[in-house]
Design a protein. Structure first.
Length: 318
């Protein structure tokens, strides 16, 4: 049986799989957990990051204002479901990820770069979610979907990212970069490319990779293009624990795709965009936070042994 390597989280948000559900991932029945208008002047609140913090949970949330400027805010929760968001914007940017590493909480996010334009992966860190220390940008323009690993591998920090263009990129692969100090990044490796129809246009890293005894469990978003535009769905792959650019297993189809009203209708229809995952090593439970239709925050669940087995049973690497 696959096992999560990490801390126990007894108060992980959780809802048992509905009777008769045959899918490896299932939605929280009370989705969305954060509505688009939860803050003054918020047009939408979606792709967001969450970590355990002081017996409860802390997060960084993407807020697009009614002006359509893209901002980040912090928030706190006792149960990981009901959130109090701060109406104080502390970064210009979007699509944050969080991980606890070396006694700090590290934030990676898409940071706008006015000269020469485009976006880079910004990195900052905090211990209290009140003040953040900016570090050097991790990439050149143009890049998105920057995701740090929760520990060093071979004494190096690891970062997923996706090189792209300045617009709504009609292509994109996931790459991994390494750093000895979170300042200088190199030793770049290709990880995955678009493959099947469901993720045939572009792919991008999702939540912080989850360490298991089978390798790094990585959820990602994949995009297909139809006559109605882009559709974003969630997939997964597993990499080697010591060389995380080497993919061992990859599911051939999506694990979660837009089907509900809050995933299909919104500012950007037909989007499931995973950004965060909480884990409990004792039970193997995983709670995944994702953006729905670029408008709201939603929650889904899975169990590590079942999800790993599903990936291996439907493996394009076999």
């Amino acid at each position: 049986m696959a096992k999560i390597i990490g801390k126990e989280l007894a108060n992980i948000p959780w809802q048992d799989k509905p009777q008769g559900c045959k899918d490896p991932i299932w939605r929280y029945s009370e989705n969305p957990i954060i509505q688009r208008d939860a803050l003054p002047k918020s047009n939408s609140i979606f792709n967001s990051a969450v970590v355990p913090y002081k017996g409860g949970f802390a997060g960084v949330f993407r807020v697009d204002l009614t002006s359509r400027l893209q901002k980040l805010v912090t928030g706190f929760s006792e149960d990981g479901i009901h959130w109090q968001l701060n109406n104080r914007y502390f970064y210009d940017g979007y699509d944050p990820r969080l991980c606890e590493l070396d006694g700090w909480f590290y934030l990676s996010f898409v940071k706008k770069n006015s000269i020469p334009g485009g976006t880079v992966i910004g990195i900052a860190r905090t211990k209290d979610f009140e003040s953040f220390e900016d570090l050097e940008d991790a990439t050149l323009p143009v890049s998105r979907n920057g995701v740090l690993f929760p520990r060093k591998v071979n004494d190096m920090y690891m970062l997923f990212s996706r090189p792209c263009d300045k617009g709504h990129t009609p292509y994109g692969d996931i790459y991994l970069s390494q750093s000895p100090d979170l300042t200088f990044w190199g030793k770049h490796h290709h990880v995955i490319s678009p493959y099947n129809t469901w993720d045939g246009t572009k792919v991008g890293a999702g939540p912080t990779p989850i360490e298991t005894d089978e390798g790094w469990l990585c959820f990602y978003h994949g995009v297909t293009t139809s006559c109605n535009g882009f559709t974003y769905s969630m997939g997964a792959f597993i990499t080697d624990i010591h060389e995380p650019w080497k993919v061992l297993h990859r599911a051939d189809g999506y694990l979660l795709n837009p089907r509900t009203l809050y995933e299909c209708v919104g500012d950007v229809p037909n989007v499931v965009f995973p950004c965060a995952a909480l884990t409990d090593s004792k039970t193997g439970r995983i709670a995944i936070y994702y953006g729905g239709a670029d408008t709201v925050v939603a929650l889904a669940f899975c169990e590590v042994n079942e999800i790993v087995a599903y990936i291996k049973e439907n493996d394009i690497m076999a």
